[in-house]
Design a protein around this ligand. Structure first.
Ligand code: MRU
Length: 356
């Protein structure tokens, strides 16, 4: 059985409560946009792709709609506020609101037709995410093997945070590449970081790796340099929450230092993310809103305060990796690109698909 972060059928949406993993597997029903906001805000579902899908799908299971177009626009803007660094939610919200508005402009439009269009659009997003992740896995694995193991040997890969089935509609992005390497029989070993302070690596990635029977080891975030120096790491591969035109990328805090350490050791550093995580309107990362998390994530362990009172805390959930540290490439469903190729590659591919 494959791991599913989201279970959806017409009229029914459920999410796997990731706060209970790996001890318990419990699906929670989401019946409204408010509930979607709450489960995303509480991090019961997380990962930029999974949260954008849950946000949009919650519209498809919500109560009867009066002014549907305004409803879609308002509710989606509301959902965007809960995880502002994750650009996929903003992109999905924009696409969906446009689809609703276009449908509503048709002369013989009915509320039911608009609603149907919104539902179909969100269902397409779910299917596309899964297809894209398979492509990312395949393209990324082939690129990585050509680069670091052209002699046919096996590779050892290090990853950070959680980018697998639990963070997407299925298969995953960076973790999908690791799965593809494993399926090809070319993965020697995977290392995953604990991912302090929220522990997505220990709680979720370790769980997925064991579930998929991939040979893997969990390490402390502070051990990545030693792992690169002494454990034969061939490549580092991580996900992305927001990639700007130049290739600078916001991802889980700790990604930036991982990229610096990889460069120091001459190890290729890859990002894996669908083109919907790329934001060509932003030239530099200065405009990315970086989400701040509560100070208790650092001062408390299991609800017990361990840090001295009055100590200041800075706890952003994401950091930005400059494009020149992304030495392996950016793996998308459209191809693997060097950061400086990204803008031209996405513009050409997307406009040739549109027929423009
Ligand atoms: O705070 P999270 O757990 O939502 O952060 C997740 C990440 O940083 C992932 O790398 C990113 O969202 C890509 S998931 C396909």
């Amino acid at each position: 059985m494959t791991l599913e972060a989201i279970r959806y059928s017409r009229g029914s949406l459920q999410i796997l409560d990731q706060l209970l993993l790996p001890q318990q597997s419990h699906y929670e029903a989401v019946g409204s946009v408010r509930q979607a906001w709450e489960v995303i805000h509480a991090m019961k579902v997380r990962g930029t792709l999974a949260i954008s899908l849950v946000g949009c799908l919650s519209l498809a299971v919500g109560p009867g709609l009066a002014a549907l177009v305004a409803f879609v626009r308002d509710k989606l803007s509301f959902l965007v506020t809960t995880r502002p660094t994750a650009v996929n939610m903003a992109h999905a919200a924009h696409d969906l609101a446009d689809a609703a508005a276009q449908e509503a402009e048709r002369e013989d439009d009915t509320e039911e037709a608009v609603r149907e269009r919104v539902i179909r659009c969100t269902e397409d997003m779910l299917e596309k995410d899964l297809r894209d992740n398979w492509s990312i896995g395949d393209l990324g694995a082939r690129h990585l093997l050509d680069w670091v193991a052209p002699n046919g040997s096996k590779v050892t890969v290090l990853t950070h945070c959680n980018t697998g089935a639990l963070a997407t509609a299925g298969y995953g992005t960076a973790l999908g590449v690791i799965q593809s390497l494993h399926s090809l029989g070319r993965l020697e070993h995977a290392f995953c970081t604990k991912t302090r302070p929220y522990n997505q690596g220990a709680l979720l990635t370790a769980f997925e790796l064991v579930y998929e029977q991939i040979p893997a080891t969990l390490i402390a975030d502070g051990l990545v340099a030693a792992a690169m120096a002494h454990r034969g790491v061939s490549a580092v591969i991580v996900g992305a929450d927001h990639v700007v035109a130049k290739g600078d990328t916001a991802n889980k805090v700790g990604t930036y230092q991982l990229a610096i350490v990889a460069k120091h050791h001459g190890i290729p550093f890859y990002l894996a993310a669908p083109s919907s995580s790329c934001d060509l309107r932003l030239e530099t990362s200065k405009e990315i809103i970086i989400e701040e998390h509560p100070s208790q994530e650092l001062t408390d362990v299991n609800g017990v305060r361990i840090a001295v009172p009055r100590i200041g805390v800075w706890n952003p959930a994401f950091d930005v990796t400059p494009h020149d540290l992304i030495t392996g490439g950016i793996i998308t469903e459209l191809g693997v690109f060097a950061p400086e190729e990204l803008r031209a590659a996405l513009t050409t591919t997307i406009s040739s698909k549109d027929g423009t």
